[in-house]
Design a protein around this ligand. Structure first.
Ligand SMILES: *[C@@H]1O[C@H](CO)[C@@H](O)[C@H](O)[C@H]1NC(C)=O
Ligand SMILES: *[C@@H]1O[C@H](CO)[C@@H](O)[C@H](O)[C@H]1NC(C)=O
Length: 206
């Protein structure tokens, strides 16, 4: 099972996040795992770097995985849930979303150093940011402390995700429905195309 680690620790992660160093408020913060899992950044970087060294396109795929997760009921890693009625098997995702194995490898390593602490939703968000960075894109600070969703929403994925064959007005409207504007349409569509053709950035060759 591709996401077995993520499923096992789902409930525990949710609890750990709320009882963690930030107290009961569960507010997103850049240093959310500072005390509970300081190895987080290194482990995510390591795996994303290795995956992209094997295949550069994985950077773009990790961003798309994050984007397609967030579009449906928020950034809750529900795209990882197995089950043919899940988002993973929705038309816009089936056989096109990639990178599940990178997320699983990160989660497996995290479980050995700080078990049941880091949510899969945060791993997906962080992995996407390193995918962007290692592709030569900007660094952006990722706020952490998301909780993992317990249910997937396949019809939400089928209806809510934009299709490349759709008129631009309809795509803009779908982005608008999740609080994103036309700049976001250009960034997420444009960077995806750019990453697909990217070669090793100078960052990776250092
Ligand atoms: C599923 O997603 C759709 C579209 O985003 C949304 O309207 C609906 O409320 C979601 N259903 C559940 C059960 O979350
Ligand atoms: C979209 O939102 C971002 C972030 O708030 C903002 O910087 C940008 O100017 C907005 N773009 C448009 C076209 O309104």
């Amino acid at each position: 099972m591709e996401n077995s680690y993520c499923r096992w620790v789902l409930v525990c992660s949710v609890l750990a996040l709320c009882l963690g160093s930030r107290g009961a408020r569960c507010q997103l913060a850049p240093n959310f795992y500072h005390n509970t899992c300081p190895q987080l950044y290194y482990i995510v970087q390591h795996h994303v770097f290795a995956a992209m060294r094997a295949e550069m396109r994985m950077g773009a795929s990790l961003l798309r995985l994050h984007f397609h997760d967030c579009f449906v009921n928020g950034c809750d890693a529900s795209i990882l849930l197995d089950g043919t009625d899940g988002e993973k098997f929705a038309k816009p995702n089936l056989n096109s979303v990639r990178g599940y194995e990178v997320i699983d490898a990160i989660k497996a390593d995290l479980e050995s150093v700080c078990p049941e602490v880091v949510s899969c939703a945060d791993i997906v968000a962080l992995a996407a940011s390193y995918g962007v960075l290692f592709s030569g894109g900007p660094y952006y600070n990722v706020l952490l402390g998301r909780k993992d969703g317990l249910v997937a929403n396949q019809s939400g994925a089928d209806n809510g995700l934009p299709s490349p064959f759709e008129p631009i007005d309809s795509i803009i409207q779908k982005f608008g429905a999740v609080g994103l504007n036309t700049t976001d349409v250009v960034v997420l569509s444009g960077t995806y195309v750019r990453f697909m053709g990217a070669t090793l950035s100078s960052y990776m060759l250092k």
